[in-house]
Design a binder for this molecule. Structure first.
Ligand code: NDP
Length: 241
């Protein structure tokens, strides 16, 4: 059976990706950091559908925890699909950003993705597919999240570099850049703020985690066999570069 590893796969967009890839026939190895209960619920739901799944606690900023994840038997048995989905976004005013916070964001969003990749890169199948969850803010920038935008921009360019390097080996790497998606990241919005966001989006709705999961599923499938190194914007037309 094929194996998919999804970081932050226990809630939000990551949970939708875990469930969709289970439907696609992967057994699911998902990681969580602080939220064990939602992660276990996702695992239970997937197992109830007859697909194997397991949740592993792994703070991507801690090299020891990442190294431990790499010793999981399903990793040794080779990974077919790697989804680097974890992320933090703290909405700090660009003028108030300090170096500690910048380091914390980079350490999670960028270094964490690198550490995971580095620890499993020798356990990928020959035709492995990697999908990195970026953000529209990684291209556009942000007044409240300059650190987040910088981390996502770094992720995108790093992923494109991997796509170039791994292409000749038969491995593909792509990036999904979501717009506004209904998860805890937007949970603090007032009704007014939400209405403003919806008004901004040409398709006139906030995205769902499933909108992102379906795109990830496509990029990991044979249907996208000739696509690598691209950024797919899934944002209802919000930002058309
Ligand atoms: P959530 O805040 O709902 O989920 C974030 C996920 O990242 C959680 O699973 C969390 O795990 C995990 N995570 C955070 N810090 C760490 C860490 N140090 N180590 C391991 N895992 C960690 O966000 P979303 O589901 O919305 O976001 C998923 C991805 O999509 C992120 O990369 C985000 O930047 C991106 N994105 C989201 C958008 C949106 O509007 N929602 C827009 C654009 C991009 P735990 O809960 O266990 O700590």
């Amino acid at each position: 059976m094929r194996t998919a590893l999804i970081t932050g796969g226990g809630r939000g967009i990551g949970a939708a990706i875990s469930k969709k890839l289970a439907k696609d026939g992967y057994r699911i190895l998902l990681t969580y950091c602080n939220s064990s209960k939602p992660a276990e619920m996702v695992v239970d739901e997937i197992r109830d559908s007859g697909i194997d799944a397991v949740a592993v606690n792994c703070d991507v900023t801690d090299p020891r925890e990442v190294a431990l994840l790499a010793t999981h038997p399903w990793v040794s048995e080779k990974i077919d699909a790697l989804v680097l989905n974890h992320g933090r976004y703290d909405r700090i005013d660009a003028k108030d950003l300090d170096i500690e916070h910048l380091r914390r964001t980079m350490s999670t969003n960028f270094d964490g993705a690198f550490l995971i990749w580095d620890s499993v890169k020798n356990h990928l199948t020959d035709s492995a597919r990697i999908c990195v969850i970026g953000s529209q803010l990684g291209t556009r920038g942000s007044t409240h999240g300059a650190d987040y935008s910088a981390s996502k921009a770094a992720l995108e360019v790093w992923a494109k570099s991997l796509a170039m390097k791994l292409g000749p080996e038969g491995k593909r790497v792509n990036i999904v850049a979501p717009g506004f998606v209904d998860t805890d990241i937007l949970a603090g919005d007032s009704d007014e703020k939400r209405a403003i966001r919806i008004e901004e989006v040409p398709l006139k709705r906030i995205g769902t985690p499933e909108d992102i999961a379906h795109t990830v599923s496509f990029l990991l499938s044979e249907k996208s066999a000739y696509i690598t190194g691209v950024v797919v914007n899934v944002n209802g037309g919000l930002y058309l570069p």
